[in-house]
Write a protein of this length. Sequence first.
Length: 365
Amino acid sequence: MNHSGAGTKRVDMPLLLSVLALVLFGMVMLYSTSSYNGLVKFGDSFYYLKKQFFATSLGLLAMYLVANIDYHIWSAFAVGGYVLSAILSTLVLFIGQEINGSKRWLALGPLSFQPSEFAKVALIIFLAWIVTRQGKKIVSLKQMFLVILSALPIVGLVGSNNLSTAIIILGIAVILIFVASPKYMQFIAIGLLGAAFVAIFLATASYRLERLAIWLNPEEYEKGYQTLQGLYAIGSGGVFGVGLGNGKQKLGFVPEAQNDMIFSIICEELGLFGACLLISLFGILIWRLMVVASHTRDLYGCLIVSGIMAHIMIQVILNIAVVTNTIPNTGITLPFVSYGGTSVLFLLAEMGIALNISYSTRKEH
């Protein structure tokens, strides 16, 4: 195994510090948001924080280990990772643990694992490997379709019970094609094809069409309650918020506030200032990943970092859009901030890969 140690002199500090700042911000806001729910449901205000702290600790360890492994090694696991993610995504449909009406988790003893989070990382590495194997950038429409078709089985499997994650995975594939293709018109054609695929997917289930109706008129539907309460939280925060820990909407008004709707509680407690601070941290992280991708000399490394950047960027935009009711509610978590052990574990592992690619690029210069 080739080791490429990310020594302190060469570590990408802006990237590392932005990740650590987001993790710390997330832990503080998670405790503030979940302490009431934890106390009511489990008699322990630290219940959610302790579980998230455990997953984050594993994630930081994974980030450190992965940052010290030469990123080229992952190409050897590209096909295996893709096949494993397909198997896990199929298994969850049959033996998945049902939480809040969705089968998205596989039970591993006392722990639960979300295969769709693994599928995002596996697909980034697999698509980067497929494009790189062609030996040059994607120039023909046939090559584009090959890349998209290789992503569709995972998109279909994940999308059958988790549309939001399927949209993120499809978005990652489209952005990787954009990075690898010099021809914009072909990319636009693929983008339209992806949009058509999502539209057909939406129309195949009545509850998805119902979500569109709730989005347009949330006050007329009982299921629009979460959206309305989230908007009340954002509105009551003002410029500087009501103060950390002083929010009222998390006290049972916003259902599962520590998950998808955590941004609304951030707006309530820290106001527009806190929301802008968080968005700025994400902006720095995305900018830094873009810099690393543009400076990486080999296509494989460039595509992996672009995929990681696309993953975080799409997820942040969609989560904030859902909370502010700009798009229909799809149940997308906010990276590093929302409660979810599998998500934070794989996100931090992705950051480890990005740190290694950044280190390797600096070493070459």
